[in-house]
Every structure is written in structure tokens, then in C-alpha cells.
Write a protein that binds this ligand. Structure first.
Ligand SMILES: C[S@@+](CC[C@H](N)C(=O)[O-])C[C@H]1O[C@@H](n2cnc3c(N)ncnc32)[C@H](O)[C@@H]1O
Length: 269
């Protein structure tokens, strides 16, 4: 039997599950995100002795690559998901200081030279607050290089998920829900970064249509992770199946990435 639908925004799995991810499955299926991350890491041109932050480290696959770029430096990794944090700690041991925090409330033990982030900021509703927190965590002159989902991201997939969420036995669980994503435009992102104290700001959108090799695991673990929070366990599979029946298989997601490159105002070190 399914549980009763909760009030709007109430999660079937309770608050503890609200921000969590299946870290082991994410680690296995996140080759797509890792490939994007390597493109962003190539833009960093690090000297090797910097203190860096991986903002939204996930399972630590990308953090490991970032750590290799600063053999004489220090690495912080922050994520709001306890399972992702545990996975990153187990993978990277004492090489990286891994903290379980909301990036919009970020507090690091020391300021960093570089903040790197991949596939994370679109999960955070208030970008103005996020960018203020990131600016505070950077040394003056420190660099932000980030990529996340941007305006128009996975639009056809979202249409399919919305249609299923508003139909039949699922509708009661999603009533009034706005969805989990913040897919911002490049222009407003540049304005928000400047308002938070960043200079030399560049932002741009980049279409990246991507064919999924294991669509069922990918959408269940990534695209629908917060949708499934709202449903009782026995409706997870029917929901995933109904969304994939609408999108059809094989599934190419119409990804649009939002890139950010900026410096915190002030003297560089
Ligand atoms: C798609 S994963 C990306 C992980 C990793 N950066 C990568 O490229 O594989 C998104 C990550 O953002 C984290 N996240 C979402 N909202 C967050 C927040 N407000 N504060 C910190 N982390 C957050 C999630 O827990 C998840 O690990």
C-alpha cells in the first residue's frame, strides 16, 4: 500500500532523506558529469600549491582529479548529502577535508584560492545567497570556475516528468511543487556574481545533448532524485517507468550547461 500523500513539499522519506543521494550508484553512472568536469578543470591552470574547494563534491570522482592538480596544495570538498560526503571521505581519506554543509551557508576553516564546482549550483534555489557565500570563502583575487545546468536544461525530459507528476496516482504527491531545479540564464548569473563581489565575470550557456547508456539508473539516481523523495517507495518504479515511457528509449537528454568564470574582487596573491 502506498502511504498517504503529504502536504505540499512534505517528503515521503522524511527530512533526513530530503537531500541525500545514492552515492554508490551515482559514482558508477556519473561518467557524463565527470567528462564535463574534466573540461572545466582544464580551464583552471593551477600552479599546484593552491588551496581549492570542490563545491558539491558528490561521490568524490571529480574531487580526486582536482586534488591531483594541487599536489602541494590543500583540498576542501563540501556536499549537503551525508551519503556523498561519506563516499568522498572513504575514497580520498586524509588527502581532502570533506565537510557536510549547504553551500548557501558555506563556512570553511580557512579562505581558499580557487572554488571549483560541477553539476551542482542548479540544485540550489537562491543563487544570490550562494554567490555571496562563495565570495566570502575565497581569498581576495581568488577564482571561481563552475558549470551547472542552465536555462533550457533537459527541457523535454522536464516536460515528460511534469506530465507524469500531474497525472493519475502521482498527482496528489506533487501538488503545488515547483520542482527541484534552478536553471538560470547567463545574463542574470553574471549580474548576481557581480553583486556578490566578483569581477572579471564571464558566463555562457552551452548546449550538450547527451545519449545515456543506462537511462533507467541515470534518471532514477540523478534527474528524478528529488521527485522520488516525494513518493512512497512502492511508487518509485512506476513513476520512473512512466517517465521513460513518455521520453522513449534510447534517451538523449537535451542538456544545456551554464559556465561561470570569475574572480573575487581584490589583490591576487
Ligand atoms: C549531480 S551531483 C554533482 C557531483 C559532482 N560535482 C560531480 O560532478 O560528479 C550534485 C551534487 O550537489 C550536491 N548539492 C545539491 N545541493 C547542495 C547544496 N545546497 N549544498 C551542497 N551540496 C549540494 C548534491 O548533494 C550532489 O552531491
Amino acid at each position: 500500500m502506498s502511504g498517504e500523500p503529504g502536504a505540499t513539499g512534505q517528503r515521503a522519506g522524511g527530512p533526513a532523506r530530503a537531500r541525500d543521494w545514492d552515492a554508490a550508484t551515482y559514482d558508477r553512472i556519473s561518467g557524463v558529469q565527470e567528462a564535463w568536469a574534466h573540461e572545466q578543470l582544464a580551464r583552471l591552470s593551477l600552479q599546484g600549491d593552491e588551496t581549492v574547494l570542490d563545491a558539491g563534491c558528490g561521490s568524490g570522482r571529480v574531487t580526486a582529479a582536482l586534488a591531483e592538480l594541487v599536489p602541494r596544495g590543500r583540498v576542501f570538498a563540501v556536499d549537503a548529502s551525508p551519503a556523498m560526503v561519506a563516499h568522498t571521505r572513504a575514497r580520498l581519506g586524509s588527502r581532502v577535508t570533506v565537510l557536510c554543509q549547504d553551500l548557501a551557508e558555506l563556512t570553511l576553516p580557512e579562505p581558499v584560492d580557487v572554488i571549483f564546482s560541477n553539476a551542482t549550483f542548479h540544485w540550489i534555489g537562491d543563487h544570490a545567497k550562494l554567490f555571496r557565500a562563495l565570495a566570502k570563502a575565497l581569498r581576495p583575487g581568488g577564482r571561481l570556475v563552475a558549470q551547472c545546468g542552465g536555462h533550457g536544461n533537459i527541457e523535454s525530459f522536464r516536460r515528460a516528468a511534469d506530465a507524469v507528476a500531474s497525472s493519475g496516482e502521482f498527482a496528489a504527491y506533487f501538488r503545488g511543487w515547483q520542482g527541484p531545479w534552478n536553471y538560470a540564464r547567463a545574463e542574470i548569473t553574471a549580474e548576481r556574481l557581480a553583486a556578490a563581489g566578483f569581477v572579471e565575470v564571464e558566463t555562457w550557456l552551452e548546449p550538450r545533448p547527451t545519449l545515456l547508456s543506462d537511462a533507467r539508473s541515470f534518471v532514477a539516481t540523478v534527474c528524478l532524485v528529488r521527485h522520488l523523495d516525494l513518493l512512497p517507495d512502492d511508487l518509485h518504479e512506476p513513476f520512473i517507468r512512466a517517465v521513460l515511457a513518455r521520453t522513449g528509449l534510447p534517451l538523449t537528454l537535451d542538456y544545456v550547461r551554464l559556465n561561470m568564470d570569475a574572480r573575487r574582487a581584490g589583490e591576487r596573491r
